[in-house]
Design a protein around this ligand. Structure first.
Ligand SMILES: *[C@@H]1O[C@H](CO)[C@@H](O)[C@H](O)[C@H]1NC(C)=O
Ligand SMILES: *[C@@H]1O[C@H](CO)[C@@H](O)[C@H](O)[C@H]1NC(C)=O
Length: 413
């Protein structure tokens, strides 16, 4: 009888027996409602070789417009201006050692494209939501909390513990910033546990952590928790209350407005760099449109604007950002007094250099007159330099750095 029950559950809900057996009917209904809300009716769907389904959704029906603040939002199809500056990619002479980088593609393009007037959205599967352990936190950044048990209807949390997120970053603060551009070397770091992640990204921050920090973020990440595999994926993120209750990754809540039909947020990118082999990168530009409050994001590799975070989402970013950060972040959930073996960047220390350690290059900031310029007084920070470290070159202008590491090693037991 027990087996029959279990089989029935499997047939009905298409999830593994072991977890399905613990899911209440109420939760099943909640999950289905969430999926209905997130997965809009596609004009067509494309199956990606990595198992994702990419839905082509009419641009005006994307999740952004479910947001109460965006009910009367008029979609903006392009930014009014781009940041200008002498430092666009063609004119900047990159250091010799990093020439010959190759562009990156998204896997799903092997099997099709979205038509004009639609945008590609990675379909959320039931298993994606169930892995989150809670409807409320699906797609959110688990910042100060860790999921302990997912066997109850709602997970129970650890007390906040900032130390479990480890950052290795370069940053600027003390001025007003209206955007940033950077080229990020792309790797596939090993992530030890499903609830850990390894991210390499840009943060554009307004306000303080304890006072409704606003943040827009973009880069690449490996997160089994969010995606169910170890692929390297392009992502965006936003919050206006220091990661507490607002915001999410990609289009997993309403907020970010996408206008581009070629790039799917949360989709895998390939190929990735290999140790002493070919190197790949993504170049991301985020900036505030001086006409209007929107923060735009451009994927510079394809010369494509992806979309924007409407200014109405934010409070402390309205008159510019107060800090910008570039670098890596991992979650360390290892127990027994040991550090996790989850890697950051390439999993190798900065001292190893090009084709071995991961890097950020061509780092620029957008100033109050919408010009790109090299940042001044770039600082660095690493909470556990014996686990993950950073080496900055050219502190004044043309900032470039290697960062990352293996996590657990003889100096980081
Ligand atoms: C749920 O997990 C907790 C902590 O691991 C455990 O004590 C409890 O027995 C579990 N309950 C069920 C129904 O499995
Ligand atoms: C992801 O990587 C971890 C650690 O290397 C491994 O244990 C796990 O099986 C991988 N998961 C998938 C879905 O490939």
């Amino acid at each position: 009888m027990k087996l029959l029950n279990c089989l029935l559950v499997v047939i009905l809900f298409l999830v593994p027996c072991s977890s399905a057996a613990r899911i209440s009917p109420k939760k099943v209904l909640q999950v289905e409602n969430l999926l209905k809300r997130l997965n809009k009716m596609p004009q067509k769907s494309i199956k990606s070789p990595d198992g994702d389904i990419i839905d082509c959704i009419p641009t005006s029906q994307q999740p952004a417009f479910d947001h109460p603040l965006l009910q009367n939002h008029k979609i903006q199809l392009e930014p009014s201006v781009y940041p200008e500056g002498p430092f666009d990619d063609k004119r900047v002479k990159t250091s010799k050692s990093t020439e010959g980088l190759k562009p990156i593609k998204q896997l799903w393009h092997l099997n099709g494209n979205c038509d004009e007037g639609t945008i590609p959205i990675r379909r959320t599967k039931k298993a994606d939501v169930l892995r989150a352990g809670s409807i409320k936190i699906y797609g959110k950044k688990i910042k100060n909390v860790n999921i302990l048990h997912t066997n109850s209807t709602e997970p129970q949390y650890d007390p906040p513990n900032y130390n479990r997120h480890e950052h290795t970053i370069a940053y600027v603060h003390g001025d007003k910033y209206f955007g940033t551009k950077a080229t990020i070397n792309v790797w596939q770091p090993k992530v030890e546990q499903p609830n850990e992640f390894s991210i390499s990204q840009i943060w554009v921050l307004g306000g303080q952590l304890d006072d409704h920090l606003n943040s827009v973020e973009a880069g690449w990440m490996v997160s089994q928790h969010l995606y169910g595999d170890n692929n390297t994926r392009l992502f965006t993120y936003w919050t206006r209350d220091a990661y507490q209750s607002t915001g999410c990754y990609n289009l997993l809540c309403s907020g970010f407005v996408q206008i581009n039909k070629e790039i799917a947020l949360g989709a895998s990118i390939a190929p990735v760099s290999s140790y002493q082999g070919s190197q790949y990168d993504i170049t991301i530009l985020i900036w505030k449109d001086p006409k209007g409050d929107n923060w735009w994001m451009k994927y510079v590799n394809n010369d494509k604007v992806i979309g924007y975070w409407p200014g109405s989402l934010f409070t402390n970013l309205a008159d510019g950002a107060t800090a910008i950060e570039w670098g890596g972040e991992v979650i360390n959930l290892a127990s027994g007094g040991q550090h996790t073996t989850t890697q950051m960047g390439s999993g190798h220390f900065p001292g190893e250099g090009y084709t071995k350690a991961s890097f950020f290059k061509n780092i620029q900031v957008v100033d109050g007159s919408n010009k790109l310029k090299f940042p001044e007084d770039v600082q660095t920070s690493s909470e556990q330099p014996s686990c993950y470290d950073i080496q900055l070159q050219n502190r004044q202008g043309g900032a470039f750095f290697f960062y990352g590491g293996p996590g657990r090693n003889p100096k980081c037991p």
